[in-house]
Design a protein around this ligand. Structure first.
Ligand SMILES: C=C(O[C@H]1C=CC=C(C(=O)O)[C@@H]1O)C(=O)O
Length: 409
């Protein structure tokens, strides 16, 4: 059934190879751009062939999978490319909290993609597509506190650390929001272009107003193969190469950060193992150096045991301890109690899925929710018993810089 076209016609989908399209993001029209781009490769989409608000609740991923099965199953597909991301594709963003409204799936009317030197275009329907319009600058940006001021948030971090020391839980990830207001409406394409240029190693994404550049790959599924990049443990960049090196070494040697990272790896291992015939997790993390921060990073790979789709794997993994905590149920309660804000799609799964269940989903970090002239920016960090509130605030400020740069250039 074709939902957005308002008819009971199946979606007529056509994918063809195209010549090098250049910068994928440069093809996007102004309204509702969808994107998942890293190092110049990925998928961008525009228009809407079908869209659904996923109802909140514990069954939301199963509901989404069912909806996708209906929309994709009924489509008339002419796919000359037959690769992950060809044929009909849905972009999605799920709220961090399963009880929150705001999760969405969209099948764009056009998807332009590039991988390994090949580019392809998928279109749905015959109606003319919106064409490119010039990108406009949003003008001066001013910032205000979101739900908590910086000192209030430091206080909340101290309370969480105390509860960890008292044994209630092992780790919790706390975040805060900043509200950015521009002089003129914010053109998401400008943010995407700046993010992709400055953070090429990250996944620059845009789905239904949620925009960012996340370094954290929750899961990529290509046939039976899966990959994940687990991040936890962070230090801001230094003042120069020597300071960077010293900070990186200190991060690597920090028991607090290593423990924080081990919690994140353990949660990923625990949720992936039952789904996999084989699973490889490294013994030691590596350093991932980004323009604003350095992270402890572990690259996880595996082979699925059966035909689970990428969304099934997302459902099993979310929320990992990199954005929730350990143990997960207690951490979620503490987040609801202490943060005092709705995370919306921040720290939730964001990405794309095709009709064969392949796809790539990240954790929506270093992101903001853009609406008109306003954007709510989010950043947080893993809190342990020995966390220093001032250091956690500095880490969150460093993470905010990603979206502040996207807004201001
Ligand atoms: C919660 C965030 O980062 C997570 C991912 C990587 C490193 C993290 C950390 O070191 O605290 C966090 O777990 C954020 O960017 O808002």
């Amino acid at each position: 059934m074709s939902v957005a076209l308002g008819t009971t016609r199946p979606l007529p989908v056509r994918t063809t190879l195209v010549g090098d399209p250049g910068d994928l993001l440069a093809s996007l029209p102004r309204t509702a751009p969808y994107a998942w781009v890293r190092n110049g490769e990925g998928l961008v989409g525009w228009g809407q062939a079908a869209r659904v608000a996923v109802p909140p609740g514990p069954g939301r991923f199963a509901w989404a999978r069912q909806w996708l099965a209906t929309v994709f199953g009924d489509a008339h597909v002419d796919d000359a490319v037959r690769t992950p991301g060809s044929g009909p594709v849905a972009f999605g963003s799920f709220t961090f909290d399963e009880d929150a409204h705001g999760s969405v799936l969209v099948v764009p009317r056009a998807v332009l993609a590039r991988r390994d030197g090949h580019a392809w275009l998928t279109t749905i329907g015959d109606a003319p597509l919106e064409t490119f319009s010039p990108i406009r600058d949003p003008g001066r940006i001013s910032y205000g506190d979101g739900s908590l001021s910086a000192p209030e948030w430091e206080h909340v971090v101290a309370r969480a650390a105390k509860r960890i020391r008292e044994g209630e839980l092992e780790k919790v990830v706390l975040a805060r929001d900043l509200v950015a207001t521009a002089e003129r409406p914010i053109d998401v394409r400008l943010l995407l272009t700046r993010l992709a240029r400055r953070y090429p190693e990250c996944y620059t994404f845009s789905v239904a107003g949620l925009v960012g550049a996340t370094p954290e790959l929750l899961i990529r599924r290509t046939g039976q193969e899966i990959e994940s990049l687990v991040l936890a443990g962070t230090t801001p960049r230094g003042t120069g190469p020597a300071d960077d090196l010293a900070r990186g070494a200190a991060l690597f040697a920090s028991p607090k950060d290593r423990h924080e990272h081990e919690c994140a790896i353990a949660s990923v291992r625990q949720t992936l193992a039952p789904l996999c015939a084989s699973l490889e997790t490294p013994d030691e993390p590596e350093l991932l150096v980004l323009p604003n921060v350095q992270h402890l990073a572990s690259h996880v790979t595996g082979r699925l045991a059966d035909g689970a789709s990428v969304l099934d794997v997302v459902a099993a993994m979310h929320p990992t301890a990199a954005v929730g905590g350990t143990p997960t149920p207690t951490a979620i309660e503490v987040i609801r109690e202490l943060e005092g804000m709705d995370r919306a799609g921040y720290a939730g799964p964001v990405g794309w899925i095709d009709a064969h269940g392949d796809g790539e989903w990240g954790i929506a970090l270093r992101s903001g929710l853009v609406q008109g002239r306003r954007a709510r920016l989010f950043a947080g960090g893993g809190i342990m018993g020995d966390s220093d509130p001032a250091a956690e605030l500095a880490e969150a400020q460093a993470k905010f810089r990603v979206m502040q740069y996207a807004l201001e250039g």
